[in-house]
Design a protein around this ligand. Sequence first.
Ligand code: NAI
Length: 340
Amino acid sequence: LGNVVCTVGPKLVRYASSTREAGSFSRKVAVLGASGGIGQPLSLLLKLSPLISDLSLYDIQHTKGVGADLSHIETRAKVKAYVGQEQLGDALKGMELVIIPAGVPRKPGMTRDDLFNTNATIVADLISSCAKNCPRALIAIIANPVNSTVPIACEIMKHHGVFDEKKVVGVTTLDVVRSATFVAEAKGLDPTRVFVPVIGGHAGNSIIPLLSQVSPPVSFSKQELESLTKRIQNAGTEVVEAKAGTGSATLSMAHAGARFAFSVLEALSGKEGVVECGYISSQETEFRYFATPLLFGRNGVERSHGIGKLSEYETKLIGDAKSELTSNIKKGEEFAKAYL
Ligand code: NAI
């Protein structure tokens, strides 16, 4: 994972880099759920990027305003706004990357799984349209519960005969972002230079930060390991509680989503050695879906970097995650069967 550190730092300043250096980049990106708490700042960050030529904003409400607003920014991405189910197909045609932050967020006291009933159908409907209108696009799923929405998306793509396991990814970048921040705080490091692989899933104890594989190498006492792990696993809830019923992480998620998108777009355009963690259909472990660091290339996920050598503590964390992750995956697969 040596090359990871090289790709992590510069991302933070890439939003504002010169349009002239963009050269041959001309990628088409859609945001589904673009008017939401995540969708708006995410669309703003994407609009600032020279990597993108076309930005397609879709939501069931308010996209015309968001689109008009963003379209006045003096960057090259052409913004088009689509609103309502009947415009979804047009929003997706020709897209190479589709990012999905559509769906309801948590309120205090809720788990991500509590969102299942509403968000499963939203994601299933959106993916069905992706299968018909942009079957070769890389699909990045932010909508929770990611542990279940990714299996739903994969099953729907399979049903339409267009599933490519390199191209459906659950976005777990926020767990990686938080881990780097918290580890840097604890150890007095520059957070932009810290990389913590996070494996497993994206809910509660299925979020497994590999603190034995931090780059640059750092060591932790048993107490530090336990408290950092717990904080990383509960970081989403920390924000949900602080927002007191008005939503979950939106700004940090917008950053994490944009970081993931820029990495993917660079890899699609030929940059080598691009690694981000993501939750995908996987044969890595006993779980049918699992997050690991992934190497991205011109066709999406080239290969997984695997889980590496785990500490005893991390092996135990995987054991602790087993029942939740397995049941989240099954729930998604069963929903898809009933939906199709
Ligand atoms: P929000 O409620 O502010 O925005 C959601 C947007 O989705 C709204 O604009 C809504 O109109 C739109 N929407 C609803 N149904 C739709 C449909 N059928 N088609 C298109 N758009 C539709 O919620 P927020 O805060 O933006 O969160 C969105 C999702 O992201 C939630 O499920 C949340 O749990 C998840 N999330 C995921 C994270 C991750 O790390 N993967 C981190 C934080 C949130």
